[in-house]
Design a protein around this ligand. Structure first.
Ligand code: SF4
Ligand code: SF4
Length: 127
């Protein structure tokens, strides 16, 4: 998977796409919240009130999509401090990739790179 992931992302320009940032939001861990609030020089609670909500699984998520931090040019305005989930998306280079197959099935519908990686993986399995 690592090999397929690296190969796919060599030819993928996420700035031409940004579909993940437009259609689905990341989970924000407490560490993410603290780091990003600090970046904005905001109190954590104020940041949470302004940008986040708690979802049905009790996780912090964005109040709305497309992501508030996505620019019209598809650049992330908080790239250096973005949530861990954003930096790891679409998670196709996870060590225990097989443990997140349900998540991957959702992500192939959003991410063309994840789709291609999974298609290539299916091809390899056939061989
Ligand atoms: S924080 Fe940045 S990388 Fe994450 S969804 Fe928003 S725009 Fe995209
Ligand atoms: S959906 Fe996939 S290909 Fe598109 S920007 Fe996100 S990670 Fe990159």
């Amino acid at each position: 998977m690592q090999e397929l992931h690296d190969e796919e992302f060599k030819s993928t320009d996420c700035l031409e796409c940004a579909n993940c940032c437009k259609t689905t939001g990341p989970l924000f861990t407490d560490k993410d919240v603290d780091r990003i609030a600090k970046h904005f020089k905001m109190k954590t609670q104020k940041f949470v009130e302004q940008f986040l909500r708690i979802d049905e699984d009790n996780d912090y998520v964005l109040q709305s999509v497309p992501c508030t931090f996505l620019g019209a040019d598809n650049y992330c305005s908080i790239y250096d401090v973005r949530p861990k989930a954003c930096s790891e998306f679409p998670h196709t280079d996870r060590k225990k990739f097989q443990q997140i197959s349900n998540l991957t099935m959702q992500n192939v519908a959003i991410c063309p790179a994840a789709f291609n990686i999974v298609e290539k993986m299916k091809e390899r399995i056939k061989l």
